[in-house]
Design a protein around this ligand. Structure first.
Ligand SMILES: NC(=O)C1=CN([C@@H]2O[C@H](COP(=O)(O)OP(=O)(O)OC[C@H]3O[C@@H](n4cnc5c(N)ncnc54)[C@H](O)[C@@H]3O)[C@@H](O)[C@H]2O)C=CC1
Ligand SMILES: O=C(O)C(=O)COP(=O)(O)O
Length: 527
């Protein structure tokens, strides 16, 4: 069945077309995002949800999203999505990190000019036939200092444009390297210094617990009297009541706000203030940016739903569309090896080491490790997947490590999964030329078996007579053997057998196998 996507915010028709072209069923309801009850009622029908900022994807919505696999944000900020809740539920959250950044940077520059020359007020006055030439006196931007808070994609475009306007740019961003600052031509400073020196301040950080309320009254009091503030990032970065007080007192000469603490903002204490310029979250609203983000989000979501490719996900390693076909059998192998180990491990797992040997060591091992963890954890957590497995393992205190070797002894590629409890148990496998995963080693014993829906795994002492009795019990129980794989360390030592059977394995049969004197353990496994 074709995957189904709901678009719940206004997106360019390009997105609808791309979904259709790629074989994804699409339901375009551009106003639905505003109706959280309706969204809650219908979200269970969809595999994908494409949004902008109006749709709030809360934990409650995610809990009702029974089939959801991917949330695609046609834009940058994902503060309207409960990403931890999505991750816990195994839902990928992806955004389009560059599609609207130039447009948003241009809006910030436009807002800076609007403030400097009071363009909106002058425009309204002129339209009203007042010709108040003497009322409006602006300030020049040239030679002024612009403080950029958050110098990532958008902040650095704003900085470049401002330098072009002959402004001096100081930037505060803990993740901005000294080299990047030099390349951009900005001066990297601490936040207090930025507050002290800037004539204009523009915000370009995401809204996080660290950045929320970054501009409050104590910050404002560190700023120059007459500072002008521009916010085209997120409303929660500024304490709006503090900003109003500072505008009223004249400490802040002007503010330009594209974003608000509560949106849509239809009434607000700053509305009507003569020194405040407002736009209704228009930062990303140009034809070009909306084409970019719609096209990109639809391609990314369709690639994931149809081909398993992952791009620009915030909670899952990337898998490109090119590598997906080659990686897929190894993802399956890693998950099945994990599942094998997970089904056999009853003690608390302290750690998992995944060893990649040969060609597979050069592949996307982050994705493979996520798949292996999924397999290990599935017996405990039915809904775990590659998105949620790494965080679930971390929450359970399981230390995960990867080891890569360029060459493998007997195969082009080998994955060995080692589960560490009070001891270490290893299982290894490969993918043959037919694209099908095989187990090739269990506890250091070489053997070869395919993973099958119903299997019996037996460890025993290598003694004559065991196989005959074991096969006899299966025959007596009417269980047909499909394949039979054996391995042992050395004559008379530890031996294992992995048998694929048709149909389910009754518990009584397992108990009978377990009672054969040479048998150490007999377990039913499913893949
Ligand atoms: N008004 C609008 O329509 C739009 C608003 N935005 C907003 O702009 C934000 C920034 O977008 P990008 O530049 O693309 O993101 P980005 O991730 O490229 O850059 C954000 C920068 O903020 C920095 N940062 C993080 N925490 C910080 C802190 N505590 N103090 C100072 N800097 C900090 C990061 O190091 C990073 O360099 C988005 O998160 C989104 O909320 C984005 C697009 C449109
Ligand atoms: O991309 C972002 O972060 C934005 O804020 C743009 O929001 P929008 O898609 O215009 O609702």
């Amino acid at each position: 069945m074709a995957p189904r996507v709901l678009i719940s915010d206004k997106l360019s028709p390009t997105a609808v077309q791309i979904f259709k072209d790629r074989g994804v069923e699409v339901d375009y309801q551009p106003d639905l995002g505003k109706d959280k009850d309706k969204l809650f009622a219908i979200i269970g029908n969809y595999d994908g949800l494409a949004i902008r900022s109006a749709t709030k994807v809360t934990e409650k919505i995610i809990s009702a999203a029974k089939n959801l696999k991917v949330i695609g944000r046609a834009g940058i900020g994902v503060d309207n999505v409960d990403v931890p809740a999505a991750t816990a539920k195994g839902v990928i959250v992806m955004n389009t990190p560059f599609g609207n950044s130039i447009t948003t940077a241009e809006h910030a520059i436009a807002m800076m000019f609007a403030l400097a020359r009071q363009i909106p007020e002058a425009n309204a006055s002129t339209h009203a036939g007042k010709w108040e030439k003497n009322r409006f006196m602006g300030v020049e931007l040239t030679s002024k200092t612009l403080g950029v808070i958050g110098c990532g994609n958008i902040g650095s475009i704003v900085a470049e444009r401002a330098i072009g306007l002959r402004m001096h740019v100081v930037a505060y961003d803990p993740f901005l390297s000294a080299e990047r600052a030099v390349d951009l031509g900005v001066e990297k400073v601490e936040l207090d210094e930025l507050f002290r020196r800037a004539d204009f301040i523009t915000l370009h950080t995401p809204l996080t617990d660290k950045t929320r309320n970054i501009i409050d009254i104590s910050a404002i009091l560190k700023m120059k009297k007459g500072v002008r503030i521009i916010n085209c990032a997120r409303g929660g970065l500024i304490v709006e009541a503090d900003l109003k007080a500072a505008l009223d007192s004249g400490h802040v000469a002007g503010a330009a706000l594209d974003v608000f603490e509560v949106e849509p903002a239809t009434e607000h204490p700053l509305f009507g203030h003569p020194n405040v310029v407002c736009t209704p979250h228009l930062g990303a609203s140009t034809t070009e940016a909306q084409e970019n983000v719609a096209l990109q989000v639809a391609e990314q979501m369709a690639d994931y739903l149809i081909k398993g490719a992952v791009q620009n996900a915030l909670n899952m390693p990337s898998i490109t569309a090119d590598e997906a076909p080659r990686l897929t059998p190894f993802v399956k192998l890693a998950e099945q090896l994990g599942s094998f180990a997970g089904q056999l491990t009853e003690e608390g797992i302290k750690g998992i080491r995944i060893e990649y040997e040969g060609d597979v060591a050069g592949m996307n091992t982050r994705a493979l490790t996520a798949a292996a963890l999924t397999g290990v954890l599935r017996p405990l957590l039915q809904t775990v997947n590659m998105v949620s497995a790494p965080i679930m393992a971390k929450e359970r205190g399981i230390q995960v490590s990867e080891l890569r070797r360029e060459s493998a002894e007997n195969y082009d590629s080998l994955i060995r999964l080692v589960v560490i409890t009070d001891r270490e148990r290893a299982v290894a496998g490969t993918v043959f030329a037919d694209g099908r995963p095989r187990i090739v080693e269990i506890k250091g014993i070489k053997m070869e078996a395919e993973f099958a829906p119903s299997m019996i795994y037996v460890t025993n002492e290598d003694k004559p007579g065991f196989i005959g009795r074991f096969a006899g019990l299966l025959g007596d129980a009417g269980i047909n053997i499909a394949t039979f794989a054996l391995g042992r360390h050395a004559p008379g030592e530890d031996a294992i057998c992995l048998v694929e059977v048709d149909g389910e394995i009754p518990a009584e049969l397992l108990a009978e196998v377990q009672a054969i004197p040479a048998v150490r353990q007999a377990r039913a496994l499913t893949f």
